[in-house]
Design a protein around this ligand. Structure first.
Ligand code: SF4
Length: 357
């Protein structure tokens, strides 16, 4: 549907999330030359403009026309919270009143943003606050890119890394997520390196295959969190749709075609998946795949699970490391403001969304 048709239907048009070719088409529809669309692209992404007035090389008449028919971003910052460790979290309001969260994590030279892909999530992982809400809806490309530019406005240095690890399972919203990734990694625009743009999935096999087909060569992170299908089913109910064997095959194929290591994350839960038998099984599962393993500490969201002890975590890590694999214990960031992995809830109460994708 063209912009003009959207306008005739009185649908709000957001320019963030549009590719250069779409903005060129908009220019033509407004009776302007196509190159005006490319100028607009430059203002939106390279300059990250937040209003039409600042786009000074566009004619005033065009700027007025644009401000009548379109807005730049659908994302509004509702609140921001800073954690003791320097990370912080923004709560975003969306045009229909829904909310999602995004997190900024400074770490030395690295500045990582964690973006959401859905309001709520259908997978229902028991250790995750988003999973307790249920599913509301997918985010649009504009809403994903809008989180990124809103987070960017809070810093005066470059964002270096993006992880799609906020609310939602990104590969259940792959078309919008891939388009957002294309825009965020465009060297002529927002210019994040594709090797620093990571999509994190619980192992949604068709999504991993689609990611491979897209040719984007983004980083793939797979949350394993268990070393048997039974364990995974217990922890991440809907993820059991795909067996561990099929997930590992898809991850291995992805590593082969993208020529980069896959990251496997493994959340350690006391007495559930943190035994040394699990550690040895984990080694067996992934040792043939070019990969690294990130061990994650559990951030409590209730009393169903407990964090593994320091001793158990160290023994688990040592067992994996001594088998020759790269394994890192990721420090938990932003726990005091519920911004750490598994804690994002956007202010929603558990069980208020749907359980059907
Ligand atoms: S961990 Fe990810 S996939 Fe699981 S419920 Fe949370 S957001 Fe969804």
């Amino acid at each position: 549907m063209s912009f003009i048709e959207n306008i005739e239907k009185l649908e709000q048009v957001y320019l963030l999330g549009k590719e250069s070719s779409e903005l060129e088409a908009l220019s033509l529809q407004l009776g302007e030359p196509a190159y005006r669309g490319r100028q607009l692209y430059h203002w939106l992404y390279t300059r990250r403009a937040t209003d039409f007035d600042s786009m000074t090389d566009l004619a005033r008449s065009l700027r007025e026309q644009l401000s009548e028919i379109a807005s730049i971003s659908p994302v509004e910052v509702l609140t921001d919270e800073s954690a003791e460790d320097g990370s912080y979290k923004l709560l975003f309001g969306l045009p229909d009143g829904m909310r999602v969260e995004g997190v900024m994590i400074p770490d030395g030279e690295r500045l990582t943003v964690c973006l959401s892909s859905q309001v709520g999530c259908v997978i229902g992982c028991g250790f995750c606050a988003t999973g307790q809400i249920g599913f509301r809806r997918n985010l649009s490309t504009a809403e994903i890119v809008g989180q990124f530019t809103a987070l960017y406005r809070t810093v005066d240095t470059r964002i270096t890394n993006v992880v799609m690890m906020g609310m939602g399972e990104p590969l259940l919203n792959s078309a919008e997520v891939f388009k957002a990734a294309r825009l965020i990694t465009d060297p002529d625009g927002l210019a994040i390196s594709r090797r620093r743009f990571s999509i994190s999935t619980i192992g949604w096999v068709p999504g991993i295959q689609a990611m491979q087909k897209s040719g984007l060569r983004l980083k793939l992170t797979v949350s394993l969190n268990g070393t048997t299908d039974e364990q995974r089913k217990q922890l991440m109910p809907l993820s059991s749709k795909y067996s561990l064997a099929s997930i590992l095959k898809a991850a291995s194929d992805y590593a082969g075609s993208s020529k980069q290591r896959v990251t496997f994350t493994y959340l350690l839960l006391k007495g559930i998946n943190d035994s040394l038998t699990d550690a040895r099984r984990l080694v067996k599962l992934v040792r043939q795949i070019p990969c690294k393993i990130n061990l994650m500490e559990y951030n409590e969201i209730g009393d169903q699970f407990q964090r593994s002890s320091i001793e158990q975590t160290e023994q688990f890590q040592e067992t994996v490391r001594s088998a020759g694999l790269t394994v890192i214990l990721r420090a938990s960031r932003g726990r005091d403001i519920a911004a750490a992995c598994g804690q994002l809830a956007g202010g929603y109460q558990p069980g208020t969304g749907s359980t059907i994708p």
